[in-house]
Design a protein around this ligand. Structure first.
Ligand SMILES: Cc1ncc(COP(=O)(O)O)c(C=O)c1O
Length: 367
């Protein structure tokens, strides 16, 4: 029986045509028409003045923090449940990620757990839109405003998500995205930073290109990085932006199929919940095992794997990973992260695949 992967890219539009154009025209490096076109399309989609491309989501995060002038000794508040790149980027600047607890269901940063972690060294907050459900940006921005902090959205997993009808990417001082192969919009490897702030955008472009002065060529006023995206990556990205609405609606349909097929197991699992103000996008369709099954999470993942279905555990919280380990207790993260499973979520899945996954899950829960 066919193996079902947890994620896979959909390259059914103009991706091939635009990549061949790069090769035929020999514009394969980090200059060329697709870079500007992709940045423009992305900014327009998010409703921001600027979009600055980068070579992956981690360098986009690092670049954003450099442009925000994050310094050694500074602190940044981040949710303990996230992908490790969020914390690492803070460390790359010599600053300290200060962990905060998350909310149940969405596992996004808990706005009520931020304020008491703010110190004179705190510079900002990174709000991660985990697995496609946006963080509570209104509440997070309100805390940040009270304390004069910036808010960076880590929107790596949430292209197209919205808060009260406004797209992620336009909800903080700046936002970063990933276009890794498993993301809703992919360029193979790639990243983007969006912002309305002209000065910040200029700094992002300066530091992205080794710090070369935009007017005086080969003059370097600062130490920068080579975090540039290639024209080939941007060519794929532009084609992906042409079909993003379709990608999101196909993922919505997939979520409805899952909801229907998994409803019989509602006494054993919790299905995705959405806040009333949120437009959730399904980067990953997550389930959480209810109390009785919680300790069997890894066994259930193995049983699904044996049935030819790849899944993933929800991210381990940062506070239990060796680089960021600390004795602190984060009650919600501790309770929820260990019960979570990412089910296969991509556009090639059929309703029959979803039924097969549901049947295998039912058997694993009963085992
Ligand atoms: C929340 C989050 N932040 C940052 C990243 C880093 O992106 P990339 O893998 O493109 O470096 C990812 C991606 O996987 C992510 O999920």
């Amino acid at each position: 029986m066919k193996r079902i992967s947890v994620a896979q890219p959909c390259l059914a539009g103009n991706e091939r045509k635009y990549v061949l154009d790069c090769i035929d025209s020999s514009w394969i490096s980090s200059a060329g028409k697709y870079i500007g076109a992709f940045e423009e399309a992305f900014a327009q989609y998010c409703g921001t003045k600027h979009a600055v491309s980068a070579n992956n989501g981690t360098t986009a995060l690092h670049l954003a923090l450099v442009a925000l002038d994050l310094q050694p000794g500074d602190e940044v508040i981040i949710p303990t449940v996230t992908y490790i790149a969020t914390a690492n980027a803070v460390r790359y600047c010599g600053a300290t990620p200060v962990l905060a607890d998350v909310l149940p269901y969405t596992m996004n940063l808990d706005p009520a757990d931020i304020e008491h972690r703010i110190t004179p060294r705190t510079r900002g907050i990174i709000a991660v839109h985990l697995y496609g459900h946006p963080a509570d940006m209104d509440a997070i921005n309100a805390v940040a405003e009270r304390h004069g902090l910036w808010v960076l959205e880590d929107a790596a997993e949430a292209h197209g998500a919205e808060v009260n009808g406004k797209k992620v990417g336009a909800l903080g001082r700046c936002a970063t995205f990933s276009f890794f192969g498993n993301k809703i919009v992919t360029t193979g490897e790639g990243g983007m930073i969006t912002t309305d702030d002209d000065t910040l955008a200029a700094r992002l472009r300066l530091f992205r290109g080794q710090g070369m002065d935009p007017v005086r060529r080969y003059w370097f006023p600062v130490i920068g990085y080579n975090y540039r995206m290639t024209n080939i990556q941007a060519a794929i990205g532009l084609a992906q932006m042409e079909t993003i609405d379709q990608a999101l609606s196909e993922r919505d349909r997939l979520a409805r199929w899952y909801d229907e097929a998994l409803a019989p197991f509602d006494t054993q699992i919790v299905r995705p919940q959405s806040e009333p103000w949120a437009r959730q996008v399904f980067w990953m369709y997550n389930i959480f095992l209810r109390a009785g099954n919680a300790v069997r999470r890894d066994a259930i993942i193995s049983l699904l794997d044996a049935a030819g279905i790849e899944t993933r555990p929800v991210f381990y919280p940062m506070h239990i990973l060796p680089p960021y380990a600390q004795p602190a207790v984060f009650p919600v993260a501790d309770l929820w992260a260990q019960r979570g499973i990412n089910l296969p979520t991509h556009q090639a899945l059929t309703q029959a695949d979803v039924q097969r996954i549901a049947d295998a899950l039912g058997q694993a829960l009963a085992a």
